[in-house]
Design a protein around this ligand. Structure first.
Ligand SMILES: *[C@@H]1O[C@H](CO)[C@@H](O)[C@H](O)[C@H]1NC(C)=O
Ligand SMILES: *[C@@H]1O[C@H](CO)[C@@H](O)[C@H](O)[C@H]1NC(C)=O
Ligand SMILES: *[C@@H]1O[C@H](CO)[C@@H](O)[C@H](O)[C@H]1NC(C)=O
Ligand SMILES: *[C@@H]1O[C@H](CO)[C@@H](O)[C@H](O)[C@H]1NC(C)=O
Length: 515
C-alpha cells in the first residue's frame, strides 16, 4: 500500500518502478509552412506541392522519433495545410478518408485503392516505415445525401477538420472530425459528435480530440469522465493568451485535473502567438514553449501506461477529484498568524456575507481575457483575503517573499462570449503587469515574487481545472487539492522556486453554455 502512495505522488517514480508498464511517446511542434494566400483556390497539384513541404519535415521527424524509441508520434492541427482557408479555397487540399470501421486500408500497402489520397499515402508510409503509431491532422471531404441527411451542406459534401491515426503497419485505425470549430470557415462540424478511441498494443486505449475541443464537454469530458479514457492524443493550433489560457498552461491543467496523459502537439507560428506543446502525465511534464525561435521541436519521453484495462486498478485516477497526499495536512492549515489581523484589518473577512461589505472599499473591476473580473489587491507580505461574484467566492491565504510586485485575487462567474461562448466560474491570483488596476489581467510571462498560497473557491460546477504558472512559463501542479465541505475546491502550493505568474481554479460550467 505504501508503494502505491509513493507511485501516486510521482510519475517519475512510477516509470522507474520496474513492474509498471510504460511506452515512449513523441510530439512534434511544427513550424508550419503556410500558403501566403489561403483565400485563393489552388489546383490539386499546387496544393499537394505545398503540403509536401510540410510532410517532408514530418518524415524527418518521424524517423528521428523512431530512432529514440518512440512508439507513437503526434503532429499538430493544421500543420500540413495551414489555416485561414475558405470553404471554396481549401478544395484542392481535401482528401476523402474512408471510414476505418467499414474498410481496413493501409494506403502505403495499397495506394491505388482510393483516388486522390496522396497525403494519406505519405503519412501511412511514414508510420509503416518507422514502425510507430502516427497521429496527423488534415482537411477531408465526405460526400453526403441532401435528401436523407438534413445537415448535409448545399454542395453535397461535408468538409471536416480531421485527425487520422495510423497503426505501425500504416493502417488507418480511426479518424476524428473536430467538433468545436474555432472560426474555421473551411470546415463543418460533424452531424453527430464523435467519441473516438483507438487501441495500441503497447499502452491500451487512447482518446482523440483537437484544439478548442479541450474547453468543452463533448467529446473531451465525456471521453475522460464517462468512457474512462486515461490517454489522449491532441493535435492543436492554439494561440497563447495569458494569464489564464496559454497553450501549455491549460494542457497542464487538463491533464492534471482529469488524471490523463496528454500528448499535445501545437503548431509553431510565432507571428500569430502560436506555440506550446508537451507530453503531460497527471504529475509531470516535458514541454516546449518558445515565442522567439523559428524552428520546430521534437519532444520524446517515456511515460507510464495509464489505461486501467492494462494496469488494473492500481492507480485510481478519478477526474476532478484533486490529489490528496499521504503527507500531514498542509502546514497552511496551521496559519493564521496574528499579524493578519493587526495589519490588514477590514481587508479580509470571516464570512462570505461580511466579505462583500468588508472589502468593498478596495475591490475593483478589470477586464481579463475579455471578461469583467472583480478583484481585490494583495497587500503586505501575508494575508487572508476573499472576493465574491455571483455564486462564486474565492479565498486566498498567502505569504510572499516581498510586496513590491502588484498582485490581485480575481473572481468571475459568467458567460464568456468573445471568441467562443462558454460559461466560466473562476478564481484567479494574477500578477498584474503594472501598477494600475487595469493592468490586472494583462499578459506577462514573468514575475519575481515567491508566493506560498492556499486558494479555494465555492463552485456550482464540479469541473474545476487547477493551474499554477511560474515565471518563464514554468508549469507547476498543486501540492494538495480537492473538495472540502461539498462545493469548495482548494489547492495549495508552497516552496516554488519560480516567481508566481498565475494560480487559477478554472471552473467550466458546461450546462450553462447555452442560455
Ligand atoms: C487569418 O485571418 C486573420 C483575420 O482575417 C488575419 O488577421 C490573419 O493575418 C490571417 N492569417 C493568415 C495566415 O492568413
Ligand atoms: C439519397 O437518399 C435518398 C433517400 O434515402 C435516395 O432515394 C437517393 O437515391 C439517395 N441519393 C444518392 C445519390 O445516393
Ligand atoms: C481566513 O479567512 C476565512 C474567512 O474568510 C476564515 O474562515 C479562515 O479561518 C481564515 N484563515 C486564517 C488562517 O486566518
Ligand atoms: C465591469 O463590471 C462593473 C461592475 O458591474 C461595472 O461597473 C463596469 O462598468 C464593468 N466594466 C466594463 C468594462 O464593462
Amino acid at each position: 500500500m505504501a508503494l502505491v502512495l509513493v507511485l501516486w505522488l510521482s510519475g517519475l517514480q512510477l516509470i522507474l518502478a520496474a513492474d509498471h508498464p510504460s511506452y515512449v511517446a513523441a510530439v512534434y511542434e511544427h513550424r508550419v509552412l503556410l500558403n501566403p494566400n489561403p483565400g485563393v483556390p489552388l489546383d490539386r497539384r499546387s496544393a499537394l506541392e505545398h503540403m509536401k513541404q510540410n510532410l517532408r519535415v514530418f518524415e524527418e521527424q518521424t524517423a528521428l522519433a523512431a530512432q529514440q524509441g518512440a512508439q507513437i508520434i503526434v503532429f499538430p492541427e493544421d500543420a500540413i495545410h495551414g489555416f485561414n482557408f475558405t470553404r471554396a479555397s481549401i478544395a484542392g487540399y481535401l482528401e476523402t478518408v474512408p471510414d476505418p470501421q467499414k474498410v481496413t486500408w493501409s494506403p502505403c500497402a495499397d495506394p491505388l485503392r482510393f483516388p486522390d489520397t496522396e497525403v494519406l499515402h505519405t503519412l501511412s508510409c511514414m508510420a509503416r516505415k518507422n514502425g510507430l503509431f502516427l497521429v496527423a491532422n488534415m482537411p477531408s471531404r465526405q460526400s453526403c445525401n441532401r435528401t436523407s441527411d438534413p445537415r448535409c451542406p448545399e454542395d453535397g459534401q461535408y468538409q471536416f477538420n480531421t485527425n487520422v491515426v495510423f497503426s505501425d503497419q500504416g493502417i488507418i485505425v480511426v479518424r476524428y472530425h473536430k467538433q468545436n470549430l474555432y472560426f474555421e470557415a473551411a470546415f463543418d462540424a460533424p452531424p453527430k459528435c464523435e467519441y473516438v478511441t483507438f487501441t495500441t498494443p503497447f499502452a491500451g486505449r487512447f482518446g482523440v480530440f483537437t484544439c478548442f475541443d479541450i474547453l468543452f464537454r463533448d467529446p473531451a469530458l465525456t471521453l475522460v469522465k464517462e468512457m474512462g479514457i486515461r490517454q489522449i492524443v491532441y493535435p492543436t493550433a492554439w494561440m497563447n493568451q495569458l494569464p489564464l489560457l496559454a497553450a501549455v498552461q491549460f494542457q497542464r491543467s487538463f491533464s492534471h485535473a482529469t488524471g490523463v496523459t496528454l500528448l499535445a502537439a501545437n503548431v509553431r507560428a510565432v507571428e500569430y502567438g502560436i506555440t506550446g506543446s508537451g507530453i503531460f502525465t497527471p504529475w509531470d511534464s516535458l514541454i516546449h514553449h518558445d515565442t522567439e525561435g523559428n524552428s520546430g521541436k521534437l519532444l520524446v519521453r517515456r511515460v507510464p501506461v495509464l489505461d486501467p484495462s492494462i494496469i488494473g486498478d492500481r492507480l485510481k485516477l478519478v477526474p476532478f477529484s484533486g490529489y490528496q497526499s499521504s503527507k500531514e495536512p498542509e502546514n497552511m492549515h496551521s496559519w493564521p498568524t496574528n499579524s493578519f489581523n493587526a495589519n490588514h484589518d477590514g481587508k479580509y473577512c470571516q464570512k462570505d456575507s461580511e466579505c462583500a461589505e468588508g472589502t468593498s472599499s478596495i475591490t475593483f473591476n478589470s477586464i481579463m481575457m475579455y471578461d469583467n473580473f472583480t478583484l481585490v489587491p494583495l497587500q503586505g507580505t501575508e494575508g487572508n483575503i476573499s472576493i465574491c461574484s455571483g455564486s462564486v467566492c474565492c479565498h486566498l491565504l498567502f505569504r510572499r517573499s516581498d510586496a513590491r510586485e502588484f498582485y490581485a485575487l480575481g473572481v468571475f462567474d459568467g458567460l464568456h462570449v468573445v471568441h467562443g461562448t462558454y460559461y466560466l466560474e473562476i478564481c484567479a491570483l494574477v500578477r498584474c503587469t503594472g501598477e494600475h488596476h487595469s493592468s490586472c489581467g494583462g499578459e506577462t510571462e514573468h514575475a519575481q515574487t515567491l508566493i506560498d498560497f492556499r486558494l479555494a473557491g465555492t463552485f456550482t460546477t464540479t469541473h474545476v481545472f487547477p493551474g499554477i504558472l511560474g515565471s518563464g512559463m514554468t508549469l507547476d501542479v498543486p501540492d494538495h487539492s480537492g473538495w472540502e465541505g461539498g462545493n469548495e475546491f482548494y489547492m495549495s502550493r508552497t516552496g516554488m522556486s519560480a516567481g508566481l505568474v498565475t494560480a487559477v481554479l478554472y471552473g467550466r460550467h458546461y450546462e450553462k453554455d447555452k442560455v
